[in-house]
Design a protein around this ligand. Structure first.
Ligand code: FAQ
Length: 311
């Protein structure tokens, strides 16, 4: 009898057996993973920019060292993810060119400006918090290299989230002006953080298939709800409020109800028209051009070493 590769593949996924780089996989599975993992990698790299903005103005040497360590972790996450993506048969250079040409997406959140020091608190707490909610689930994703990369990334993200929350605690328990800064940062980052989980399930073109392939283990709306439920007690502890008049505990559902997300704003940012989209891509293009000599030197050195081995 003829072997049905597609059925065998799905049976493996259903049995929770990880798919590895050299295993047979449907073309569309490979494409979806390349899309999602490369978008994830680009998000880590572009995500260094809003925080990089505050490195020279961190309020103390300790804060500076901690922030620097966090941003370096993000570079590392980008590198693990580009490597995981390469196992699917696309070169790193190709994925990076797709980012720089505007073809590939990265998370909408990084197109918002970081206006005050309190934003370093809000980003660590909310943006890394949302990232962890999504990434803990991805530790069980069906593609082996992606799942394994997530384990270490999640450990580092937990530290990032704690450092962000601690900044928020200090500010919200500080002077009136400091508390105001913390509230202002929460006001500006709350809705964009909720948008990180992607469009609502009925509008999410990829969710159904990605759930079947166990690339995604939860839908966008499920993760968004989990994030809101986990965050509100943290907001209350800070003595701050979220900018959502419709937020209310729903006893029957056992979850918080929340207001309508501004989907027009979300799609506008995804399409490249957010406040910082152009500046973010410009910064990445310049970094890529200015780094050309490093890539050339590394390639020349590798070639020289290889020719020596052959002698
Ligand atoms: N921004 O059908 P779906 C971090 C696009 S955390 C921009 O629902 P999917 C850590 C989506 O690509 C952030 N585009 O898509 C950090 C699709 O378009 P396409 C990164 C978005 O893939 C913290 C279309 O909309 N985390 O970096 C967004 O099934 C602090 C339809 O959407 C990850 O990438 C968005 N927010 O679900 C670093 C996690 N949402 O490609 C520095 C891995 C959706 O068909 C500082 N990714 N789109 O043209 C995922 O889990 C998924 O890809 C989702 C989207 C959940 C993001």
């Amino acid at each position: 009898p003829q072997i049905n590769f597609e059925e065998q593949f799905q049976a493996k996924v259903d049995a929770e057996i990880k798919i590895e780089p050299k295993d047979w996989m449907p073309d569309a599975y490979r494409k979806t993973l390349i899309r999602q993992i490369s978008q994830h990698a680009h998000s880590e790299i572009v995500g260094m920019l809003p925080e990089g903005n505050w490195l020279t103005r961190a309020p103390s040497l300790k804060r500076k060292a901690t922030l620097l360590a966090k941003i370096q972790d993000e570079a590392g996450h980008g590198l693990y993810l580009y490597s995981a993506c390469e196992t699917l048969g696309i070169t790193r250079l190709q994925t990076i060119e797709d980012l720089l040409s505007g073809k590939a997406k990265y998370s909408s959140i990084f197109n918002y400006p970081s206006l005050s020091w309190a934003d370093m608190g809000a980003i660590g707490w909310l943006v890394d918090g949302a990232a962890i909610m999504n990434q803990v689930a991805l530790c069980r994703t069906s593609y082996g290299p992606y799942a394994r990369a997530m384990v270490r990334i999640c450990k580092e993200e937990s530290f990032h989230q704690r450092q962000g929350y601690e900044i928020m605690m200090v500010l919200s328990k500080g002077s009136a002006a400091q508390k105001e800064m913390a509230q202002d940062a929460l006001n500006r980052w709350w809705w964009p953080a909720l948008m990180m989980f992607g469009p609502t399930d009925s509008e999410s073109s990829n969710t159904e298939q990605s759930m079947k392939w166990k690339i995604k283990r939860h839908t966008n709306d499920e993760l968004r709800q989990k994030f809101i439920d986990a965050s509100i007690p943290q907001v209350n502890y800070l003595g701050l409020t979220v900018p959502d008049k419709d937020l209310k505990w729903n006893e029957e559902r056992g979850h918080y109800d929340f207001g309508e997300i501004d989907w027009e704003e979300f799609w506008n940012v995804v399409k490249g028209n957010g406040i910082c989209n152009k500046a973010r891509l410009k910064a990445r293009r310049e970094a890529h051009e200015q780094g050309a000599w490093v890539r050339e030197a590394a390639a020349a050195y590798a070639e020289k070493r290889a020719s020596r081995v052959n002698e």
